[in-house]
Each structure stands twice: as C-alpha cells, then as structure tokens.
Write a protein that binds this ligand. Sequence first.
Ligand code: PSU
Ligand code: MN
Length: 334
Amino acid sequence: MALRTRPLLRRRPPLIRRRSLSTLPPFVDVHPEVQHALHTNTPVVALESTIITHGMPPPTNLATALSVESIVRAHGAVPATIAVVQGRVKVGMDKPLIERLVETSKQGGVVKVSRRDVGPVIALGKDGGTTCSATLIFAALAGIKTPILPSLGGVHRGGENSLDISADLHELTRCPVGLVSAGVKSILDIGRTLEYLETLGVPVLTYGETDDFPAFYSPASGFKSPYAVNDPTCAARILHTQSLLDMPTGALFAAPIPAAHHAAAAQIQAAVEQAVRESEENGVSRRGKEVTPWLLKRVGELTGGGSLKSNVALIENTAKIGAQIAVAYANLLK
Ligand code: PSU
Ligand code: MN
C-alpha cells in the first residue's frame, strides 16, 4: 500500500465555524433583518435573553430589552436578541415575540439556557432565555461578532470548593466574539474569575480611561485589567487580529457603569455581601443554576430596587459600546 504523505502542519478548524446562513439547522430562525445585515456587512449586535427571563423582574425586563434594542439601532447597528421559543432558536426577535417570552417567564415556564441546556431545550421544544454562554454559541454560529451580554457569569465565591464556575467563561475560549459587559458582579469571586480567564487564554480589557476592572455597580473592583482601550476601532482591531489568526477565542470588554451611578455603589455592595451570606446560610449557594438568579433578586429586594436602576444604566451603556464596536468592526472589513 502506498504511503500517503500529509502536510506536517494541518490547519485545525475553529471549534465553532460561522456557517453560511442557508446551511444552519432548520430549527434556527435568523430574523430577515438580521440576515440582510449579515449578508451586507451591516453591523449586528447580539443580545442575551436570560437577563429578560431570569435576571430582571417585570416590567423592567421588557422595558430594558426594548430600550437596549433601540440604543443599538441609534448607534448604527441591528439588534439581534437571542432566545429559544418552543424549541426554535431565534436570532433576532420582533417585539411581540419578546413580549411573549416575558409573559411565559412570568409563569415560570422558561428555562435558563447555558451550553449544556441547548440540546435538551431545542429537542424537547421548550422556551429558553439564553445566558452568555448560549448566546455566544448562537451569535458565533450566525457570524455575529459583538454580543452585548451585560451580565457575564464567573467563579462563584467559594468556587474553589464548590467548583461553581459559570460556563460563560469557558465559552469565551471557543466563540470568536467580543463580549461587552460591565465587568462581573461582586456576587462572584472577581479575583478568581480573572485568574480563570487568564488560564483559559481569554483577553480581558477595560473599556474606559483606566485599567480598573469594573464590578457592575461599581467602576472599580480593586482588580486591574491587563489592558484598557477607549475607542471602538482599537477594540474591533483586537477581535479582527484574533480572527486573522484563526483563533477560536473571544474577548471580554469590561465597560464601567456611567458616573451618575457611582454614588449608589456602596449601598448595593453592602446588599451583595448580605445576600451572599444569606445564600450560604440557607443553602441556596449550593443549588447550581439557581444561585445567580436568587442572588440578583435578593440584592434587588435589599436595595429597594436601587440595584435594578443601576443595572439598567449599565446595560444601556454596554449596548451603546457594543454597537460602536460592531460598527468599527464592519468598517475594518470594508
Ligand atoms: N448576572 C446578572 N444578571 C444575569 C446573569 C448574571 O447580573 O441575568 C445571567 C447571565 O445570563 C449569565 C448567567 O450568563 O446569569 C450566568 O449564570 P451562572 O452563574 O449560573 O452560569
Ligand atoms: Mn453555576
């Protein structure tokens, strides 16, 4: 038998390759406006939906989902809210569909969908709000470069024992997408989250004037980012460089909450500490995917809704920045 020679260095395909839209599985619906944008190199911003279904109470969840979409539009990009509706993946949703998702989630009928839930939720025909990890998967699949996922998960406090580390972090190693978030929440162990991102090889950049790594409600967590960028073209160039190198990795752009909300940070931080303590005492901290929604709800209660106001502000801010980066990325490809 003749020996077949093989090139020494085979190019390994990226783990998630952007598929041509016409070859996507039949249960993925890319909204016509989003399809058109992707075909014409018009910037698109993907938006997560767990924040609507599990992260915020009504009616703020619906109002925020819609305002974030209009902010993205106002900055020159097309919004694509991602969710699962009766087993169909929606990449881009009209208002009635978002309203329907909010209604179903009020009745508790919506699954919080991380990577491991994707197959079951689709195959079983369920409704799902996509976390960062699942949103990254579908954004990458459709070829969207910038999702706004203002609520990235991380290593939970005590994670060194419980191993409660959000699937969001690992997803950034296999989806070549820029993720804009206001840092990570102080309900998490921020130091270990940053260590873990370093281990995974995920670039972390503060999107702002200093290299302070933000902690959602507060512009500084006490930790530093390895880099800071302050303009969308620089951010887009980082994503583009990784793409030219065929790197399967995304990047985290951490955008500090706007200054008008800095004053509220101390009170919210105190509530976070109390909520984390309570979750350890009542055992919620050992209940897997329920931990994050429970802590968010409790912090909301303890601050009399104050944390929610800050949350909306920082999400709207990330929407603006995400759209600007998406526009800059599209310009690089011209
Ligand atoms: N943090 C928030 N709001 C949220 C979430 C996190 O302030 O809505 C959601 C996001 O969808 C995130 C997910 O991707 O929780 C992480 O959950 P877990 O820690 O179970 O991986
Ligand atoms: Mn977890």
